[in-house]
Design a protein around this ligand. Structure first.
Ligand code: GAP
Length: 459
């Protein structure tokens, strides 16, 4: 097998989904559109359509619920995208947030040095055509912007290159304004911006993207214990939202990748057609961030233990992942083209999304659109359900085609109103993955569905 063929098969011999299939589904069904498409688009920047925004909101809300709302020792903030420029000097981004790039003198392709195989770096050879490579050049990834309108008084600053910096900036305010004590965590979901020199693979590497971070503040003596705790919790969280559990693993950072303050770091990786790739990083940040911000701002960010009166700079466990990578990985994980079977003679494309995250929870379908009683009953049920969850009413084309439309966007349940409904008030509830059908009384439908699409279901 060639490397590409090997990559196209996962650990359990399940075919991996080509990214083009996801790109096409996303555009066709309104999940993701290229940004500014009518002007030719901007590389590495995307917009989310009607279904995309529902899926994205569900992903975000579910993370927030699991990380903030169900942990007594974790609180949330929402910081700004623009901060004082000194923040990025203190964080090291102005000096060190760079990609090293080489160009092929022959085919003119450009590569990130850290993405090149060892062999090619050693021989200074292009991995595509074998041509000679240029000397590496450094590019800073920070996106610049300016505050103020008067020329000469404008202050240059940056769109944040990582969202977590706000948490260090607000750490002292949170401590003073909330009833939290170490050990405790602060969470945030927010946009980050990087002038990625090689954006690509759809949502995987973008220039504008969204991160979710937990920064957990601990006493140095408890660092290892909390690091291990969050590392396992985050792994289980991702495992809980995917179908192919064998496509998730930890990768320990090698000694040459670790920051000088980090004793260890792990990536949670997902295996897709792109290979094994980082989904979230679990980082040992020690006292680096708070010490640097203390030093650069002149503010004392140390913590005094209320009982022992010990004074120290807290150490930090960071878990930092991406909303967009989660969005992409979930689609890659959920997508399946099923061949024709006894149950579905035409075959179907289905998204096996976790019902908790699916953009539409239920579709209400009258068997025929020209039978007034069917339509009225279906619309009444839809109006009742849409107050509880995202419900779609659909009466266009035959029932099989309508099921397939919903399967393709991952709707876990379809409720069909048929002629028996008019006699005994029962409806057919069809489940997406098994395509099994049961009959329920109309009054039972809301509770039945709610039970299956609630936040704490399955995970
Ligand atoms: N505060 C630590 C930090 O920013 P990172 O590994 O650079 O660490 C964390 O980013 C996560 O953000 C990654 O695991 C990934 O999910 C997401 N991410 C990073 N760069 C990205 C990009 N260019 N496009 C989409 N997601 C990205």
């Amino acid at each position: 097998m060639t490397q590409t063929e090997e990559q196209a098969v996962s650990a359990q011999d399940t075919p991996l989904v080509p990214i083009e299939k996801i790109v096409s589904l996303c555009k066709r069904r309104g999940f993701v559109y290229p940004n500014s498409e009518i002007y030719g688009g901007v590389s590495g920047i995307y917009d989310f359509g009607p279904l995309g925004v529902e899926l994205r909101n569900n992903i975000r809300r579910f993370w927030w619920w699991s990380m903030v709302q169900t942990n007594d020792n974790v609180v949330g903030i929402e910081g700004s995208i623009i901060t004082h420029p000194r923040v990025w000097e203190a964080s090291g981004h102005v000096e060190n947030f760079v990609d090293r790039l080489v160009d092929c003198k022959n085919c003119k392709r450009r590569f990130r040095v850290d993405h090149l195989p060892e062999e090619n770096i050693r021989q200074n050879k292009c991995p595509v055509c074998g041509g000679e490579l240029t000397e590496p050049r450094k590019f800073n990834l920070m996106m610049e912007t300016y505050i103020g309108v008067v020329e000469g008084e404008r202050m240059k600053t940056y769109l944040r290159g990582e969202a977590c910096q706000n948490i260090y900036l607000d750490y002292d305010n949170v401590l003073k304004s909330s009833r939290v004590q170490i050990p405790f965590g602060i969470c945030q979901i927010g946009k980050a911006f990087r002038n990625e020199v090689t954006p690509g693979n759809f949502l995987f590497r973008q220039r504008e993207f969204e991160q979710w971070d937990l920064q957990f503040f601990v006493h140095p003596s408890e660092m290892q214990q909390w690091f291990d705790y969050w590392k396992e919790r985050r792994f289980e969280w991702y495992k809980g939202i995917i179908t192919h559990k064998d496509r998730l693993r930890f990768r320990a950072h090698g000694a040459d990748e670790l920051a000088h303050y980090a004793k260890q770091a792990f990536d949670i990786e997902y295996q897709s057609i792109l290979g094994w790739q980082e989904w979230e990083g679990i980082h040992w940040r020690q006292d680096w961030d708070l010490s640097r911000h203390s030093q650069y701002s002149g503010q004392d960010l140390s913590y005094t233990d209320p009982e022992t009166k010990e004074r120290y700079i807290p150490w930090i466990v960071e878990t930092s992942g991406g909303v967009d990578r989660t969005f992409l990985n979930l689609l890659l994980d959920a997508y399946e083209e099923e061949p024709p079977t006894g149950k579905d003679k035409e075959g179907r494309t289905v998204l096996h999304l976790n019902p908790v995250l699916a953009p539409v929870k239920v579709a209400v379908l009258p068997l025929q659109k020209n039978k007034e009683e069917l339509v009225t009953t279906a619309k009444e049920l839809h109006h009742k359900l849409r107050r509880l969850m995202v419900s779609q009413y659909d009466e266009v084309s035959n029932i099989g085609r309508r099921y397939r439309r919903q399967d393709e966007i991952g709707t876990p349940f379809c409720v069909t109103i048929d002629f028996t409904t008019l006699e005994d008030q029962t409806v057919t509830v069809r489940e997406r993955d098994s395509m099994s059908q049961i009959r329920l009384h109309l009054n039972e439908v809301p509770a039945y569905l709610l039970e299956r699409v609630r936040w704490d279901y399955t995970v």
